[in-house]
Write a new protein. Structure first.
Length: 106
């Protein structure tokens, strides 16, 4: 049980980190895009360099997140491989609950 709780906590932490990194990238991109509307010449080159740097940082962050998430993915695959019928039952249960909830709304 503690192993599952730790894996879930790690998963949530990774997910939060990904969303915060993505949000920061979006904000920076929007800022640079709005600034680029009036730039030409040397200013445009500077802006392209900044955008290139931000994209490189985003790629590096994505690689780091992928590396951190890999143990969680491996643990999930091991569990599913070791407990296929439990996985099917849990998936069917989630599907049933979601189907019931959606059936009530529409």
């Amino acid at each position: 049980m503690a192993r599952k709780t730790a894996a879930l906590a790690d998963s949530d932490q990774i997910k939060d980190q990904v969303f915060s990194e993505l949000q920061a990238l979006i904000e920076e991109s929007e800022k640079l895009l709005s600034e680029s509307a009036t730039l030409v010449g040397e200013e445009a080159e500077t802006l392209r360099a900044q955008v290139s740097l931000k994209l490189r940082q985003a790629r590096e962050a994505a690689g780091q997140v992928r590396a951190k998430a890999q143990p969680v993915v491996d643990a999930t695959q091991d569990y599913i491989g070791g407990h296929p019928w439990q996985t099917v039952a849990v998936s069917a249960g989630f599907g049933l609950v979601i189907g019931l909830l959606l059936g009530r709304r529409y």
